[in-house]
Design a binder for this molecule. Structure first.
Ligand code: SF4
Ligand code: SF3
Length: 551
């Protein structure tokens, strides 16, 4: 096997024997096979769109199937076999429609006609396909590096597009671009410069995708408002909802109404507490439990109720909690309970609800603790005048955006230490699951403006970008001239898409860690550092000093 799509890739170079995430070589190979089939489906979908043949169902399917190949989403080989069969069925059906529309036989390339032998090992065929992709593209390591950047960036875009369409927000331009980028991976004629442009285009399209996602969240649930969230347990039956999907969380809240179950969030669902619609309509939407994804084996084992994981990040579950864990959507693990759809086509959470009612729940309350979330763009910009005054008066010296993914590596303590050491006249904006390293610290406030502002999930990166742009406009400077430093942590492919968006926007001087992506070749890395001054994190002291020297 070969996979280097995430930050925890083995030895910082690539997983060859077994995924550090727990992914087996067989699952990795069927994921590669699925991606190959989606690359073959893409030119057919592009042609269909040229002929105004609807691909709506295929667009959604493609995003979900790509999402399933992201790190820590799906470990179930059977689910990938099913996605592969569906990709072929969609492709062949579209081809028929195209031929009916044109009255002619189209000349499809090999990749668009490929069909694996289902009687034979799909993982062996996936291994062959992956090796061919490497040997075809590997002659030029820099182009290969950018091809992988595009592919992994598209995984992030497709995941965000999947989330956005769950709330009815879609834009054909996004789907079309995903097809174009997938189809481009087959091309041998593109130059390094072409690939660089394509990578930045991924960033541009991701910005649009995140804008839609923001519109979906704020349009459905209202603009987040600063909201205290209990971190302590309340006596009673309990359900924990993890992942990123707020619409699924709402479906759980609806189905648990008046059932005597308190609903807790886990991981990236913490910011859901900031949405007024959820807080006002569901009194049993109680608090937050646990921290970031890599601690779930401990957190889930201790949680005395049912657990529902909506999307990433799922770790291979331990036996001591697998029977109370339920997944849905693109998420999967062999033998894991999955939430079925009800007659209305919507998820029916009854199995998880029944499990929660069977389990003891919390029998004792724990000591009250809380954090505040909900400092998304509307909330922050509603006090923009005070923020600007505080900057002008020298009360706020600098902003640090410390955001991105968490992970298991001990060198991620850098982010905790950095936030602890940020001087008291500076404000820290944060988002995504990396914040769990410092989210419950009391950093106090500056003239009533909290020094630690939780903008939301990684899915809310659009909100953080809008805050930066609005501040830049208010000071009449570019974002790069603001007293703002971005110190980011990455882990999976959503983070790659967000990073490409920041580069597309021309953001300079990003500090990235805990390690740089293994798929960036030395030349590509040099290109990025020459153009965007992107740099690896060093030590909290050194980086803080360098950032503050920018003022
Ligand atoms: Fe390794 Fe990451 Fe790939 Fe998992 S997703 S196999 S940890 S590189
Ligand atoms: Fe975290 Fe998985 Fe990236 Fe959404 S939950 S930020 S890693």
């Amino acid at each position: 096997m070969f996979c280097e799509q995430c930050e925890q890739t083995a030895s910082g170079q690539g997983c060859h024997q077994w995924g550090a995430c727990g992914k087996s070589p067989e699952v990795n190979a069927v994921q590669d096979l699925l991606i190959y089939l989606l690359r073959g489906l893409a030119p057919v979908a592009i042609r269909a769109n040229q002929l105004s043949i609807s691909t709506q169902e295929i667009d959604r399917f493609t995003c979900e199937a790509i999402f399933a190949t992201m790190t820590n989403v799906n470990f179930d080989q059977h689910r990938f076999t099913d996605y592969i069969r569906r990709a072929i069925a969609y492709r062949e059906n579209l081809k028929n429609q195209i031929e009916q529309a044109t009255g002619a036989t189209e000349n499809w390339s090999t990749i668009s006609c490929f069909e694996p032998d289902f009687e034979d090992s799909l993982s062996a065929q996936g291994e062959d396909i992956a090796l061919k992709f490497i040997s075809q593209s590997g002659a030029n390591v820099d182009i290969f590096s950018l091809k992988l950047t595009v592919l992994y960036g598209i995984k992030g875009v497709a995941s965000y597009a999947f989330h956005a369409q769950e709330m009815g927000q879609e834009d054909d331009r996004i789907y079309q671009f995903c097809y174009e980028a997938l189809a481009a991976l087959e091309r041998q004629d593109l130059t390094l410069d072409d690939w660089l442009k394509l990578a930045l285009k991924v960033g541009e399209i991701n910005l649009r995708t995140m804008e839609l996602l923001d519109a979906g969240h704020t349009g459905t649930f209202g603009h987040p408002v600063p909201t205290p969230v209990p971190l302590n347990a309340k006596v009673g039956k309990a359900i924990l909802v993890s992942g990123h999907d707020i619409p699924q969380l709402e479906a759980v809240l609806k189905q648990t109404m008046n059932k005597g179950i308190n609903v807790y969030t886990h991981g990236e669902l913490l910011p859901a507490h900031g949405y007024p619609h959820l807080k006002q309509n569901y009194p049993h939407f109680y608090g937050h439990y646990g921290t970031a994804w890599q601690n779930q084996t401990k957190d889930f084992a201790k949680f005395p109720g049912a657990i529902i994981i909506t999307t990433n990040c799922l770790m291979p579950p331990h036996e001591n909690y697998q029977n109370k864990l339920f997944s849905l959507g693109p998420v999967g693990y062999p033998g894991l309970n999955s939430i079925p759809n009800g007659p209305d086509g919507m998820p029916d959470f009854s199995p998880a609800i029944n499990k929660a009612l069977e389990l003891p729940g919390f029998t004792e309350a724990t000591e009250p603790r809380q954090v505040t979330t909900g400092f998304a763009r509307n909330a922050v910009l509603s006090v923009a005048d005070r923020v600007i005054e505080a900057v002008k008066a020298g009360q706020i010296r600098h902003f640090f955006l410390v955001g991105g993914c968490d992970g298991a590596k001990p060198d991620r303590n850098y982010y905790t230490e950095l936030v602890e050491k940020v001087p008291s006249d500076c404000v820290v904006l944060t988002l995504a699951c990396g914040k769990f390293r410092f989210f419950d610290q009391n950093l106090g406030d500056i003239g009533g403006i909290p020094r630690l502002l939780d903008v939301g999930q990684c899915n809310d990166a659009y909100s953080a970008i809008q805050i930066a742009i609005a501040l830049a406009n208010a000071f009449n400077v570019g974002v790069n001239e603001l007293p703002l430093s971005m110190i980011l942590s990455w882990y999976e492919q959503k983070a790659i898409a967000v990073l490409l968006t920041l580069l597309y926007l021309g953001i300079q001087d990003i500090r990235l860690g805990p390690t740089l992506p293994a798929f960036l070749s030395p030349n590509v890395l040099k290109l990025l550092s020459d153009t965007y001054h992107i740099k690896p994190i060093t030590t909290p002291d050194e980086d803080l000093a360098a950032c503050l020297a920018k003022v």
